[in-house]
Design a protein around this ligand. Structure first.
Ligand code: FES
Ligand SMILES: [Fe+2]
Length: 377
């Protein structure tokens, strides 16, 4: 016999574990929603942030625009419509909205009424690092909030970087816990991306919404990876990581760096974009650096044979953790790594900050506070 079990919502949560697994992410930050090439001129697509749908479209001027993904007439999704010029047209009665969400045309009889004055919320969108970035919160704030700064992968001497991404059936906080918590070296015993980790520092900067973590560890010690790392030049015995809300990065001696950029889609779905970039890699067996022009094709291959299989191990683990959480959300907390406590504390604090702000400003753009779906147990 099965019963429906309700996973606690953020307000119902009885402890920090339940709270963090129900927390959303503050929409007043920049989030990656896809690759620049995903939306061509004249195309519209849907992106989702924490249950809220956005119609993202590129006009014939090449500019991307994002508005709420619902027609103001009968609430059909505009992402199912067409782009005409720099406007999006609903597939049902053809009502047409511009990039600011304003209704600009109704192509049928108006029954002697004026064109309704309707406007859907519009959102800030940018293209950078080969990614499309959305600011799902208040548009007016977008210019004041910095997106992750990754100077190494921009400009004439950019380091090579070939992003990989995954959509995992897991809450975003499980992914943040995973990427900066090296106690899971066991999971990667085949590839050994970090070996014998020892936590040496946890430092919280509440004002900047950052948690810094450091490990002494053998970085890239695995059979395959180790041949590409110029160990004579790079100190690969130490790694610095940071949960820089809402994303995460790591740095090994300014030689190997990465960002894990998250897009929380809903309570149990997260898309994660991994950007690994290297100052230099060497030709295996030889003390010779791989030339810059060869780095991109080599990284493309490395992603396929090394990075993807490695990160898929993490994906399987966090998806299994999500299932375990839903079955046993009442189990006692058994977390040893102090860094994980700090990641979770920051995620909860930022979500509480957003909810409190929303209370104070009832007109602020609302995101759905997702109800917990009943689950079969
Ligand atoms: S529902 Fe969109 S035009 Fe009618
Ligand atoms: Fe991992």
């Amino acid at each position: 016999m099965s019963t429906n079990i309700q996973i606690p919502s953020f307000t119902e949560a009885k402890n920090r574990r339940q709270k963090v697994r129900a927390a959303g992410m503050n929409p007043n930050y920049w989030y990656p929603v896809g690759y620049v090439g995903d939306v061509g001129v004249g195309e519209v697509t849907q992106v989702v942030f924490w249950g809220k749908r956005f119609a993202l479209f590129r006009g014939n001027d090449g500019q991307l625009r994002a508005i709420e993904d619902r027609c103001a007439h009968r609430q059909l999704e505009l992402s199912k419509g067409e782009v005409h010029g720099c406007q999006v047209v609903c597939p049902y009665h053809g009502w047409t909205f511009d990039g600011e969400g304003k209704l600009v045309d109704v192509p049928h009889e108006l029954f002697e009424k004026p064109l309704p004055k309707l406007r859907l919320p519009d959102y800030a969108v940018r293209e950078r690092y080969g990614l499309i970035w959305l600011f799902p919160g208040e548009r007016e704030r977008a210019d004041q909030v910095a997106m992750p700064e990754i100077p190494e992968i921009e400009g004439a001497n950019a380091w090579a970087c070939v992003p990989v991404d995954f959509t995992w059936k897991a809450h975003h906080s499980m992914i943040i816990d995973n990427v900066s918590d090296f106690t899971h070296a066991y999971l990667h015993r085949k590839y050994e991306p970090f070996k014998n980790p020892k936590l040496t520092k946890v430092e919280v900067d509440d004002e900047a919404s950052k948690v810094f973590v450091e490990y002494d560890t053998e970085v890239g010690a695995g059979k395959l990876y180790s041949h590409f790392i110029p160990r004579e030049d790079a100190d690969t015995g130490h790694m610095r990581l940071c949960y820089e809300y809402p994303h995460q990065w790591s740095n090994t001696d300014n030689w190997i760096k990465h960002w894990c950029l998250v897009l929380p889609i809903d309570e149990r779905t997260t898309r994660a974009f991994f950007l690994f970039y290297y100052k230099q890699l060497k030709i295996p067996m030889l003390p010779v650096a791989i030339p810059r022009w060869l780095m991109t094709p080599i990284l493309t291959v490395a992603n396929r044979i090394l990075m993807r299989p490695l990160l898929e191990e993490d994906g399987e683990a966090v998806e299994a953790e999500q299932e375990g959480y839903e079955r046993h959300f009442d189990a006692p907390i058994a977390e040893l790594n102090p860094a994980v406590h700090e990641f979770q504390r920051l995620t909860i604090a930022k979500w509480e900050e957003y909810l409190a702000e929303r209370e104070r400003q009832p007109n602020a753009r609302r995101l759905p506070v997702m109800p917990s779906a009943p689950r079969q147990a």
